[in-house]
Design a protein around this ligand. Structure first.
Ligand code: GDP
Length: 490
């Protein structure tokens, strides 16, 4: 049947000003060219240099991706060099003389979906800067199934399960890690592969990743495997050799994830179907869309009563939600008059009580300005199951739905919230973390930027070879408001 007019994307905007390649089959991934038409136009300028860097990357990826001769050769060399293979000599194959040599960056999953999305984006930026090809390790990323469309035209970013000879579990103590190798005083450049441990518990030798001389040595390592639960992009802005290229790609540094996220993360048709269903039932007919993301953390305990109070104080205090008028029923319920304005509120949370209480608050109750407020919550799954396919799909659908909001309220420190604000391109109202179980004095603050916070910066001064404060090294990297231990690009 014919596509309803409202869903036909504006052709001039479909490619987001050149961010997206036109070389995809639209039907295979409906969200790719459509999601933008559900969002407010991005106010964050895209640099032509980033656009050309992406096109260049796409050509490289096509040349080096699984299924290509260059990939087969690179894998062969890696297999030949592994210690379990006695014939390993590391000698170049004479038949491949003059052929393309590709180097790779292999992403390994760690933590929840928000962390994963942020670490993939950070890895992709590193791949762009170092002419590496980013591959997601399929053997352990099975739970990424039916979540994201392929981002690079004519090829895949999934490392086929079984292809990769490095099968062991990678931890902070892995002998092939950057930190362990430096600790043994061995040169990096002769390693066939190295593991980069960029997880929150990393130690000084692993943090040397963010130093210029380490980067010089890493250039010659054909396979880098990394694991991160962090948005380490601000760390890349500390490295002198990438400064110029980064400033050309991102003349304004405050929308790095916004652009990379719009480029990389397109929900598959299954997930997009969920987004469209939620959108149709909750957001479609509203005049204003409010997204509220409520996340609780074990390390920051607060009762649901206290947290609900904080959410109300924030949303009423900042005029995000209207106050209810005591004893008055909603306009449309009383005299059949349409409400002055229809506000739709979507709450996403693992728990149902916050939206239930908001629903009760506004149900058939009048508001001062005659606005009708409806409250929805797509799912409340109770607890988090990392790596569960259906949970990931629901979580992604909710992130994407909330990125269609006109106003966003997020919970500080949550990577789930960072993804929403980045995709939305909106500075969120951030619910600040509790203070000894009580809501803080200021319930929420407008975030200074839409960039995610890098929770565990290296805090290492490469020149002095001593501890340093990453938040005070360069002008455009500051401590985060929601998590002062972290740093953020401004
Ligand atoms: P973070 O822990 O808040 O930084 O966010 P992550 O996304 O990394 O991990 C939390 C995980 O819990 C998500 O990936 C989801 O699986 C689940 N989760 C947390 N909050 C929500 C929510 O509001 N909706 C859904 N559907 N899942 C959630």
């Amino acid at each position: 049947g014919a596509v309803p007019l409202a869903t036909v994307p504006d052709p001039s905007d479909m490619l987001l000003g050149g961010l997206l390649s036109p070389d995809f089959d639209d039907r295979a991934c409906l969200s790719r060219y459509r999601a933008a038409s559900y969002r407010r136009a991005s106010r964050h300028a895209l640099s032509p240099h980033l656009v050309s860097a992406l096109r260049r990357y796409e050509s490289l990826h096509r040349l080096c991706a699984p299924g290509t001769p260059a990939y087969a050769r690179a894998l062969e060399r890696l297999r030949a060099s592994s210690p379990s293979n006695s014939s390993g000599s590391g000698a170049a194959d004479p038949s491949s003389a003059g052929a393309t040599t590709c180097s790779y960056l292999v992403w390994t999953p760690n933590a929840g979906l928000g962390n994963r999305i942020l670490s993939i984006a950070a890895g992709f930026l590193y791949a762009l800067l170092t002419d590496r090809v980013l591959l997601l390790n399929g053997s352990r990323a099975g739970d990424l199934d039916d979540l994201f469309c392929e981002p690079f035209p004519g090829s895949t970013w999934i490392l086929p399960p079984g292809d990769f000879p490095v099968r062991k579990k990678l931890t902070i103590d892995t002998p092939e890690s950057l930190g362990s190798t430096l600790g043994r005083g061995e040169p990096l450049s002769s390693a066939p592969w190295l593991y980069l441990h960029l997880v929150h518990n990393y130690r000084t030798p692993d943090r040397l990743f963010f130093c210029d001389d380490t980067q010089a040595e890493l250039r010659r390592v054909p396979w880098l495997v990394f694991q991160a639960d962090n948005y380490f992009v601000p760390g890349l802005f500390l490295i002198p050799r990438y400064e110029r290229e980064l400033s050309r790609m991102f003349p304004r540094r405050d929308a790095v994830f916004h652009h990379l996220g719009h480029y990389l993360f397109h929900p598959t048709n299954t997930v997009w179907g969920m987004v469209m269903r939620y959108h149709g039932s909750y957001f479609d007919k509203a005049d204003e869309r409010v997204g509220i993301q409520v996340r609780t953390f074990k390390w920051a305990p607060i009762s649901s009563d206290e947290f609900y109070g904080q959410i109300l104080k924030c949303t009423h205090g900042e005029n995000i939600l209207p106050a209810v008028v005591a004893g008055q029923v909603a306009n449309n319920a009383s005299d059949g008059q349409p409400a002055a304005k229809r506000k739709a509120v979507v709450v996403v949370s693992l728990h149902g009580e916050y939206s239930e209480r908001l629903m009760d608050l506004y149900h058939e109750r009048g508001t001062a300005a005659g606005e009708a407020v409806s409250v929805f919550q797509p799912t409340h799954l109770g607890e988090q199951h990392i790596g569960d396919r259906e949970q990931n799909q629901k979580a992604l659908a909710e992130m994407v739905l909330l990125s269609f909001s006109d106003v966003v309220v997020t919970t500080g420190v949550s990577t789930f919230g960072y993804v929403i604000q980045g995709l939305a391109g909106l500075r969120p109202w951030v619910l600040m973390r509790p203070d000894h179980g009580k809501p803080p004095e200021t319930p929420c603050r407008l975030a200074p930027s839409i960039e995610p916070c890098f929770h565990r910066p290296p805090n290492y001064d490469c020149r002095a070879k001593a501890r340093g404060d990453t938040g005070r090294t360069v002008q455009h990297i500051r401590h985060c408001e929601d998590f002062p231990e972290g740093v953020q690009l401004l």
